[in-house]
Design a binder for this molecule. Structure first.
Ligand code: EPU
Length: 336
């Protein structure tokens, strides 16, 4: 653990993939639940912030409290039958290393979520998703430590209140996720759910788990910027929900507007990338901030250390999209 006595005023630049500059008043990297507890007890009066991979947040100012970067590691099989296996992964495990282990072992369920940056512990918070799959589809249980009273509590899938990029944990930040239990399957039959992935796999009559993982990796590498070269936090905005009336209003001018009906049948999800693109913000650069040329939903940092510049650019996109479409884009990334 970063020594308790020497953990003041730590730079957070390396702990957010946008690489904005900020300092934490206190910082610790505990390697066990016991270490987390002692770190929390030592700084009981401080505000707390938990950072996983730092891939879905950025800083606009210093954090005047305790930043905890848990380094809990380990993956264990809890139980299995002929059909499924329950696997517990500790929160500090790298997400994609874990997905790779599952695919290598022949356990199905997480392959569409290959190459998503971040840690296992962050996955339930915003219910990460890609190519027609979401983490919630495989999460059985989320184990947590309540930072207010240091009690341990496990949440069932239902108690996590998952939704599109949503969960209970987003609004109840006192729960530090220590591990996640996944139910994965031993038999795999590819289910076509996402056009772009189906196309990438079209040469395989019956794709294997590994082929699906490879295809997802190929698509992501083709389309998404590598955060080590162009700092970013993935999709910056959520895809918005719109009403049936709105779809009718827009489809005259924009016959190609992507619309996906939701389960309740009353609203539709549309594509934020499409709206940003049509508002003229694809591959646009404004000072040291811009949208990525191949996927305008991603804001990239060309070198500003100041998160406020990212926020200003975000507002510009929101205003232009709202003026043109009457739709307010909500950030998916956490702004601190
Ligand atoms: N589009 C454009 N112009 C572009 C790019 C895309 O109009 O330049 C439109 C197209 O109509 C395209 C549609 O946007 O069909 C959807 O694009 P894409 O398949 O890339 O998906 P997305 O909705 O933009 C979501 C997730 C991604 C995830 C992909 C793949 C959100 C906010 N984002 O993006 O997740 O990888 O689907 O499933 O839901 C992330 O959350 O950080 C992330 C990268």
């Amino acid at each position: 653990m970063k020594s308790m006595s020497n953990n003041r005023n730590i730079s957070l630049t390396d702990y957010n993939s946008f690489r904005t500059s900020a300092f934490a008043k206190f910082f610790c990297e505990p390697q066990s639940i016991t270490e987390i507890k002692s770190c929390l007890q030592l700084h009981a009066a401080e505000d707390k912030l938990i950072i996983g991979g730092g891939c879905n947040l950025f800083f606009t100012k210093d954090f005047e409290g305790l930043v905890v970067h848990p380094l809990l590691k380990g993956v264990a099989k809890l139980s299995e039958t002929a059909d499924w296996v329950d696997v517990e992964a500790m929160a500090g495990e790298n997400w994609d290393d874990f997905v790779k282990q599952c695919v290598d072992a022949g356990y199905a369920g997480l392959e569409n979520l290959s190459l998503i940056p971040g840690t296992v512990g962050a996955a339930p918070v915003q219910n990460i998703g890609a190519y027609g799959a979401e983490a919630k589809d495989c999460i059985l249980e989320v184990k947590t430590l309540n930072m207010s009273d240091l009690g341990l509590r496990s949440f069932s899938n239902e108690e996590c209140r998952f939704d599109y990029r949503e969960s209970f944990f987003k609004y109840n930040r006192e729960f530090l996720i220590t591990s996640v239990v996944f139910r994965l399957y031993k038999n795999f039959n590819y289910q076509p759910r996402y056009k772009e992935l189906n196309e990438e796999l079209s040469m395989f009559p019956s794709p294997t788990l590994q082929q699906v993982r490879d295809a997802v990796i190929t698509i992501r590498r083709r389309k998404l910027p590598d955060e080590r070269e162009l700092p970013n936090a993935g999709s910056f905005f959520k895809n918005p929900y719109i009403s049936k009336e709105k779809v009718e209003e827009l489809s005259g001018n924009y016959p190609n507007l992507p619309v996906f009906p939701t389960a309740d049948g009353n609203s539709y999800k549309t594509s934020a990338a499409f709206l940003i693109d049509k508002a003229g913000f694809k591959g646009v650069r404004d000072g040291n901030v811009g949208t990525y040329s191949k996927q305008p939903l991603i804001i990239v940092n060309y070198g500003t250390p100041n998160g406020k510049n990212i926020v200003a650019f975000m507002h510009k996109i929101q205003e232009n999209v709202e003026r043109l479409f009457g739709i307010k884009l909500e950030p998916e990334v956490r702004i601190l």
